[in-house]
Design a protein around this ligand. Structure first.
Ligand code: T1G
Length: 698
């Protein structure tokens, strides 16, 4: 008997229970324990059926990702699955929680599967830059057919137990996993059901064998947004092998594809991102086990774009919110925008048809700040000026109950100053959501000087509950993401003065893998927002200011850095803009030069990395990986490149420091000189990642 897998006999039924917290991942110990217990159960003549189940919060959640990249330890998962599949006695997988990756592959190698109603079943390997490497690409299409198999394997999202039942992935939905599994096993014995091996059942592949477009259409639909990623296409090819080849040959193709991906740079970056996201939720400097405050009632101040998006995030998670506006008109407008958003999502099948009514039913729109009095958490999303923020927080101080967490959604204003507008600065922090707040996953949790530890853990816990990715940052202008973005924006504007055009700069940035370049992004957000903020702070940005003075605010006015025809959102290069830039250069006596794509890419990325180094020096971010999480989930940094600081380590800090010094001289811009941390690490031949190791060791 192993430490993590136990075998119990209930007369003719043997129950194998895995107990390896936190998620019963398939570590070597778990694999060995399953193999040993299955062999023992098969060897006992009195045992007629076997149930495989898990203790704790979930069925097996996959291979142990921490083992990747290390020498494999026996037994291999495929060996364990073969032993189970060849068992002469029926094996029933009894699933609860999430049966994911290798966990679902274990269940697929069993002869029958049952699950609790709230269970989820999926093969998310593609999100780690992998493909299912233990038969999933061969057995799942045989269980549910190629179309759903492609959706699950290439998309990586799990399905519910109900959908699993409907599509033949499980036989029954049961109450408790172990008891339900055992009852089902006894039924199999009583009905003398033949053992069902998925490898022997090609019936669900017949249609796709006859008409391959069933498979190719499903792949096309699932790879539409997979630009730059390797794994989705490799995973699709493995499923294709299930249709084209005998089982064992398909298994070989899958293995080849898996071994290639697990060693790939993309998968290493995506596994790094997986752990970085979880690391970011651990707040440095806050004692382990600091309990979050109870949050049952949430109030949001402001039903504008951000307030509405935040309210939708809570409603999407099934959490009721009170949405507060100052007047009926503003409230009605805000509620209407959310209703239209939900209706549009339902119309395109993004959410169930009954979801708009259900979710709008969770948003209680009211007028008057006094309605915050029952709230445990208040999130303010009003106009972005310090005067308005202070007015709101002074009022919150009066109306909110003691112990309520008071959060501002400000994207750059000083939280310390906002906190000072209350008598409870310890309860104040920032929760900076990213627009559109109901879509973007990042939430920067802004830690002010006096923010109490349990207020931070409360905000992190709430962010995770509404499926956001939290990252704790310190108070400075732009916190982390926007502060680094500002450096990129500065270089982008300078490049226009040197001879590049918006479309060239944006093409370089999108080819790198970002969803859009700086100029298209400005047009999307609205150039007038930056213009107003620059005027508030007395900053000039010649070209952007000139565009705004000409009423070119971007998509909202049909013209910005680009022109937009017939209400379309796709940016078209505009000769008017090129003319405006030329005229400005002539006035300044400047000549345009040919700027290479390589130079553009370095000047888009390296200054951001440099600012990230300064952010680490100032302890505005605790870890380089926190900065990466911010860029992955707040700005669409390509997951297969890990994040700006991870990317810097791949490129090499010495090279980056040299290039920054070069551009500082060439463009007479001292701000491009390498930050002292970057210079030190480069000189020592170290990486940003080494800082995390040092911190962990400390
Ligand atoms: N391996 C190792 N550790 C894991 C893990 C895994 N598969 N999954 C989670 N953890 C750790 C996680 O790092 C955290 O650790 C703790 O468990 C709680 O996780 C052969 C090759 C299951 C939905 O991709 O999606 O199988 O921070 O905070 O929010 O073909 O974890 O506490 O120290 O995320 O409740 C495929 C990954 C692997 C599933 C639970 N499986 N995990 O979410 O908790 S590849 C996956 C998740 C594979 C096969 C292939 C989620 C969860 P710590 P958590 P949660």
């Amino acid at each position: 008997m192993s430490e993590v897998v136990r075998l119990e006999r209930h007369d003719v039924v043997a129950v194998v229970t895995i107990n390896s917290p936190p998620v019963n991942a398939l570590s070597a110990a778990v694999r060995g324990g399953i193999l040993e217990c299955v062999k023992d159960a098969v060897a006992v003549s009195g045992v007629k059926a076997i149930v495989l189940t898990c203790a704790g919060r979930t069925f097996i959640a996959g291979a142990d990702i921490t083992e990747f990249g290390k020498p494999p330890k026996p037994p291999g998962l495929s060996e364990v699955l073969l032993e189970m599949e060849n068992s002469p006695k029926p094996i029933v997988a009894a699933i609860h929680g999430t049966a994911l990756g290798g966990g679902l592959e274990v269940a697929l190698a069993c002869h029958f599967r049952v699950a609790t109603r709230d269970a989820k079943l999926g093969l998310p390997e593609v999100k780690l830059g992998l493909l299912p490497g233990a038969g999933g690409t061969q057995r799942l299409p045989r269980a549910v057919g190629p179309e759903l198999a492609v959706r699950m394997i290439v998309g990586g999202d799990p399905i519910s137990a109900a959908d699993a039942l409907k599509n033949g992935l499980i036989e029954e939905i049961v109450e408790g996993p172990a008891a339900g599994g055992e009852a089902f096993a006894r039924k199999v014995l009583a009905e003398k059901r033949p053992l069902r091996k998925l490898r022997d059942d090609d019936s669900k592949l017949a249609a796709a064998k006859a008409d391959r477009s069933i498979f190719t259409n499903a792949v096309a639909a699932m790879t539409r947004r997979a630009r730059g990623l390797e794994a989705p296409f490799a995973a699709a090819a493995a499923v294709g092998a299930a249709i084209d080849l005998p089982f064992d040959d398909g298994l070989k193709k899958e293995r080849e594809g898996f071994l290639k991906l697990v060693a790939s740079d993309q998968s290493k970056a995506q596994r790094y991102a997986f752990f970085s996201e979880r690391e970011a939720a651990k707040i440095s400097g806050v004692p382990d086990g600091t309990k979050p405050r109870k949050v049952e009632r949430v109030a949001i101040i402001g039903a504008g774009t951000m307030g509405g998006g935040i309210a939708m995030s809570f409603a999407n998670a099934g959490i009721p919110v009170t949405l507060i506006e100052t007047g009926e008109e503003q409230l009605k407008r805000g509620m209407g925008v959310m209703q239209r958003n939900y209706d549009a999502s339902a119309a395109r099948g993004g959410i169930p048809a009954d979801a708009p009514a259900k979710r709008m039913g969770l948003i209680n729109g009211v007028v008057g700040l006094e309605n915050v009095k029952e709230a445990d958490l208040v999130i303010e999303a009003v106009f972005e000026t310090m005067a308005v923020k202070k007015e709101v927080f002074t009022a919150l101080d009066k109306f909110a109950k003691p112990g309520a967490v008071l959060a501002s959604n400000t994207s750059y204003l000083n939280i310390d100053e906002i906190a000072e507008a209350t008598l409870r600065p310890q309860d104040v922090l920032g929760m900076h959501f990213f627009s559109p707040a109901n879509v973007m996953k990042l939430c920067e949790i802004v830690r002010a000087d006096k923010t109490a530890p349990d207020v931070l853990t409360t905000a992190v816990s709430v962010a995770r509950k509404i499926a956001k990715v939290p990252a704790v940052v310190g108070v400075c202008d732009g916190f982390v993401g926007n502060r680094m973005l500002a450096q990129r924006g500065k270089q982008a504007e300078k490049l226009l003065f040197e001879g590049a055009l918006p479309q060239q700069v944006d093409a370089v940035v999108t080819r790198f893998g970002m969803p859009m370049g700086p100029f298209a992004m400005g047009d999307l957000a609205g150039l007038d927002i930056g213009w107003r903020s620059r005027k508030d702070r007395g900053i000039k940005s010649e070209i952007a200011d000139a565009l705004c003075e000409a009423g070119r605010f971007g998509q909202k006015t049909g013209k910005g850095y680009y022109r937009y025809e017939g209400g379309s959102r796709s940016p078209l290069p505009d000769p008017e803009v090129e003319k405006l830039i030329d005229e400005m250069l002539q006035r300044l006596g400047r000549n345009r030069r040919a700027v290479s794509d390589e130079e553009i890419l370095e000047r888009m990325i390296y200054p951001m990395i440099n600012e990230g180094a300064r952010i680490l020096e100032e302890k505005i971010a605790a870890r380089p990986s926190d900065i990466d999480v911010i860029w992955l989930y707040g700005y669409g940094w390509p997951i297969y490149r890990g994040g700006p600081m991870y990317h810097a380590d791949i490129i090499g800090l010495k090279h980056i420091a040299e290039r920054l010094s070069f551009y500082a001289r060439e463009t007479n811009d001292p701000s491009l000189e390498p930050a002292s941390l970057l210079k030190r690490l480069a000189a020592e031949g170290k990486t940003f990642a080494s800082l995390a190791q040092t911190a962990k060791a400390a």
